[in-house]
Design a protein around this ligand. Structure first.
Ligand SMILES: O=C(O)[C@H](O)CO
Length: 394
């Protein structure tokens, strides 16, 4: 989607070649609206297609020389490394527009590399960008976060360096909503316990010992009705669920009606009525420990808490207590605080908890789309164009 504009412009080049004035103007428009890599590709094509005697060719050739010498903007890659690092998966995509610089390369030749780096690509929500790093990148213009949550970035501090931050709300919405549904269903039907018993030496098990609860026609309370929350509601509608939601801002009437969602101005009302409570808020100072002892106490003893936002939105000690004392039925968490949890954490020893390792956006399609969205954002900043998804400090 984000590549298509540049690609279609490139495809048009043969159509204008041979008409040097028009072609020349066209190329300048492309140059005005696309990244450096695009400049070079277009100009190289034009160079070999224009009539050798035309003035246009001479002008373009002169420019070609200048442009060819211009380097792609440097992007410093910050990922969490390991075998699943960004380099293996996304390098080819990024390389179309940027000169990729890994942290190792940067640290190995700080003086030269720091001049080249105009953008930082953050993959996964864990890498830290601190003052020291920002001070060492004088030409940095943008941090392209791959993912929607930016709670790991100090937005005020970054902005004080004149650096913009962007995120990828579009790419993450569907896969994260999917994982919310998957956790709700898995917890309701005790899928993980079921899988464990099948592979255990105890062959004399009975399904009646593992009764779950039904999602169909149950009440789902969504806390945080942004684009992910809304996608959850769309899915829940297919299960004939009664949908309640709580959000800072009420959705438009048509949007509520489209998914059959009812607004709860007070979060307490939602907590008291829901069979499943799903957390989909951003982590901010206001939402830190949003769900604590009091809120868990308001939930039905048969209710399940699902978290696909950030671990710190829940007071985890209070959750452990509530699960141990059966204040609520179960919890299904894609996020914890910290990640991963220490091996001896009490949450890992409870059989009414499912925990997945923050995999809301861990799909082949999502990481590609996140990279494409981040690239479009970063190029927009570098080219002085309107930025699709900029995040501002509060
Ligand atoms: O913030 C997000 O989009 C996901 O948690 C991926 O990091």
């Amino acid at each position: 989607m984000f590549r298509s504009k540049a690609f279609s412009l490139l495809k048009l080049v043969p159509l204008v070649s041979g008409q040097s004035n028009l072609a020349y103007k066209f190329i300048h428009q492309v140059i005005a609206s696309h990244g450096h890599r695009c400049h070079r590709s277009v100009i190289y094509k034009q160079r070999y297609r224009t009539h050798p005697c035309s003035a246009g060719r001479r002008t373009i050739n002169a420019e070609t020389k200048v442009m060819a010498e211009k380097e792609l903007p440097g992007v410093l890659i910050l990922d969490i490394g390991g075998t699943h690092g960004v380099l293996e998966n996304l390098a080819a995509l990024l390389k179309k527009h940027f000169h990729l610089i890994t942290m190792k390369e940067f640290l190995g030749n700080k003086e030269e590399m720091s001049k080249k780096i105009q953008s930082v690509f953050v993959f996964e929500c864990r890498p830290v960008i601190d003052r020291e790093l920002l001070e060492s990148l004088p030409n940095l213009k943008v941090i392209g976060n791959s993912g929607v949550g930016v709670d790991h970035l100090d937005l005020k501090m970054i902005s004080s360096f004149g650096v913009k931050v962007t995120n990828t709300p579009h790419a993450v919405a569907d896969p994260t909503a999917d994982i919310g549904m998957a956790l709700m269903l898995a917890s309701a039907r005790r899928l993980v316990e079921g899988c464990q018993i099948v592979v255990s030496p105890d062959t004399k098990y009975f399904a009646v010992d593992w009764l779950g609860v039904e999602v169909t026609r149950a009440t789902l309370g969504i806390i945080g009705m942004g684009s992910i929350g809304y996608k959850v509601a769309q899915r829940a509608r297919a299960f004939n669920m009664r949908i309640l939601y709580h959000n800072r801002n009420r959705r438009r009437k048509e949007e509520e009606e489209a998914v059959g969602a009812h607004y709860c101005a007070k979060m307490e009302d939602l907590l008291q009525q829901s069979d499943f409570v799903m957390l989909v808020v951003n982590l901010t100072p206001e939402t830190r420990k949003l769900i604590g002892k009091k809120e868990l106490g308001l939930m039905k003893p048969t209710a399940t808490l699902i978290n696909i936002s950030r671990g710190a939105v829940i007071d985890q000690d209070a959750l452990v207590e509530a699960l141990q004392n059966k204040v609520i039925r179960a919890a299904a968490l894609d996020v914890t605080d910290p990640e991963p949890l220490p091996r001896d954490h009490p949450l890992l020893n409870l059989n009414n908890v499912i925990i997945t390792p923050h995999i809301g956006t861990a799909t082949v399609q999502a990481i590609r789309m996140m990279a494409e969205e981040a690239i479009a954002n970063m190029l927009a900043v570098l080219n002085g164009q309107p930025i699709p998804s900029e995040v501002f400090p509060k």
